[in-house]
Design a protein around this ligand. Structure first.
Ligand code: FAD
Ligand code: NAI
Length: 474
């Protein structure tokens, strides 16, 4: 006898588990299925998706550990703190990260119990449209649901001829469980994962070389931020980043991995002990039996959805990395809430213009809204205010003075159109700009808000003041 639900969510990552919790909160009988290979203490697939298991959470744990090590070996001395004999125990660092993952993934199970979401371990797929209800399979079990929310996420994209074994050649999964500091680390892709993972291992002592196909560094970021980041990562921190490369061949041998590539100086070889492949991600839409029921995918294999994440089939929705838009956990969560509220007959909404981006390097990089080059390209008149962290007392006290905040506002209406930060705690500071943009605030509105002193948030304040050419401390 098939189990019957108002809503079946396929995939227990941040987009899926949030959709399921919100649907259940709204009184809908909800189930969520998950089939990943990471097992919890009961041997069931762990909830939390890429984000909790092999993405956001474990990568930030390692970034923080490696940053503390870097502080102990490089920054303490400027505070007059002398430490001797500092060393890194990588297996302990990895265990700590694993414990955080276990704690959080188990926490989602607890939330499912609290909000009465039924957890169905197993692979979910479509069977047929059965007169207003969807016949589904979860593992071997039959399930019937009025609404289906596809939240199947994404997996690392691999390159042809570059065999990822997650030992010598690794993707995000292998990079997060490396138990020893590789002497020479190669990375293909200077995107978010390449920079974050490159930073972790560089801080712990690896010689890191990143090979990037694009001719420009961090092209999606505001050009001023990308330029500053390039200087800091290459000159100050010693990451070697080669742009405009074409990977020709990757060969693994007993002595490591050799990457043959070409750039504007001709043929090159990079030899390393471990290679991270971080060249983007592929949506998990192949195991859904989508074609059999006529579920439409776009040209990149993502489920084709409208602004409310409604797919081309009645009562079928899709959210998170499996659909268009940035592959970010918080974007997926927003979509999960929106879809649950739409299913419950409410006016679910997601503001795609105010989704923040953060790169958790040191300094951190964060932005929301449009970049200067986008505004110029679109012919939108704007004014800018930019303030360096060097002008801030708290930043000086902390010894974190690199970078700046740049705020862009419409030249006529003064509405904030974008905020770009490179600097310490950028991931937290960006929230103020997101709130401002969400409420359609002007730079004048932000300039008139009282900011606590001495805090890094005063740099946001000063940048807003600088848009109106009246900064007080710079
Ligand atoms: P996923 O998290 O991928 O979850 C989908 C789940 O569905 C998976 O568990 C999968 O097993 C399951 N599934 C797939 N098919 C089926 C099926 N047919 N039946 C049952 N289950 C199925 N984003 C940020 O915002 N901040 C960060 O700091 C950040 N750091 C990252 C670091 C790394 C190394 C990586 C790889 C990603 C990072 N991301 C970050 C991106 C973030 O992890 C994803 O955007 C987010 O996890 C997407 O959520 P999702 O629910 O759409 O998909
Ligand atoms: P990415 O899209 O950020 O970067 C991939 C990079 O690889 C690009 O710069 C691309 O030009 C380059 N590339 C592609 N093919 C190549 C090739 N053949 N040779 C050399 N370079 C090549 O993807 P990444 O780093 O894999 O991360 C995937 C996604 O995961 C991110 O886009 C982001 O959505 C998410 N993520 C988010 C994080 C955050 O929010 N802090 C952290 C990590 C990942």
């Amino acid at each position: 006898m098939a189990q019957e639900f108002d809503v079946l969510v396929i995939g227990g990552g941040p987009a899926g588990y949030v959709a399921a919790i919100r649907a259940a909160q709204l009184g809908l009988k909800t189930a969520c299925c998950e089939s990943n290979p990471y097992a919890d203490p009961k041997g069931e697939p762990r909830l939390g998706g890429t984000c909790l298991n092999v993405g956001c959470v474990p990568s930030k744990a390692l970034l923080h550990s490696s940053e503390l090590y870097d502080h102990a070996t490089h920054a303490f001395v400027m505070h007059g703190i002398k430490v001797e004999g500092v060393s890194i125990d990588v297996p302990s660092m990895i265990r700590r990260k694993d414990n955080i993952v276990t704690q959080l993934t188990q926490g989602i199970k607890g939330l499912f119990k609290k909000y009465k979401v039924t957890f169905l371990p197993g692979h979910g797929s479509f069977v047929a449209d059965a007169g207003g209800m969807w016949k589904m399979k979860v593992g071997e079990a039959d399930v019937i649901a009025k609404h289906v929310v596809v939240a199947t996420g994404s997996r690392a994209r691999h390159l042809p001829g570059v065999p990822v074994d997650n030992v010598h050649i690794v993707d995000n999964e292998g990079a997060l469980k490396t138990e020893a500091v590789p002497k020479r680390l190669g990375v293909i892709g200077a995107g978010v994962i390449g920079l974050e993972m490159g930073s972790v291992w560089k801080r712990l002592g690896s010689e890191v070389t990143i090979l990037e196909a694009a001719p420009d560094f961090l092209a999606a970021a505001d050009h001023a931020v990308a330029k500053e980041a390039w200087k800091i990562f290459t000159n100050k921190q010693g990451l070697k980043i080669h742009l405009g490369v074409h990977i020709k061949e990757v060969v693994t041998s007993a002595s490591g991995v050799a990457i043959k590539y070409e750039n504007d100086e001709g043929d090159q070889i990079l030899e390393c002990d471990k290679l991270v492949v971080a060249v983007g991600r592929t949506p998990n839409t192949d195991g859904l039996n989508a074609a059999a029921v006529g579920l439409k995918l776009d040209e990149r294999g993502r489920i084709d959805v409208d602004n409310h994440c409604s797919a081309n089939l009645r009562n079928v929705w899709a959210v998170g990395d499996a659909v268009r838009g940035p592959m970010l956990a918080h974007k997926g969560m927003e979509e999960g809430v929106m879809v649950a509220e739409c299913i419950a007959g409410q006016a679910g909404h997601c503001n795609y213009d105010a989704i923040p981006w953060v790169i958790y390097t040191q300094p951190e990089i964060a932005w929301v809204g449009r970049t200067e080059q986008e505004l110029k390209g679109a012919g939108i008149p704007f004014k800018a205010g930019q303030i360096p962290f060097m002008a801030n007392g708290r930043a000086l006290g902390q010894g974190d003075t690199t970078g700046f905040v740049k705020i862009l506002a419409h030249a006529e209406t003064d509405q904030i159109l974008g905020a770009h930060i490179i600097g310490t705690n950028a991931s937290e500071l960006i929230a103020e700009a997101v709130v401002a943009m969400e409420f359609g605030a002007s730079s004048e509105d932000m300039a008139r808000i009282c900011h606590a002193h001495p805090t890094l948030s005063e740099v946001m304040h000063e940048a807003a003041l600088a848009v109106g050419k009246r900064s007080l401390h710079f």
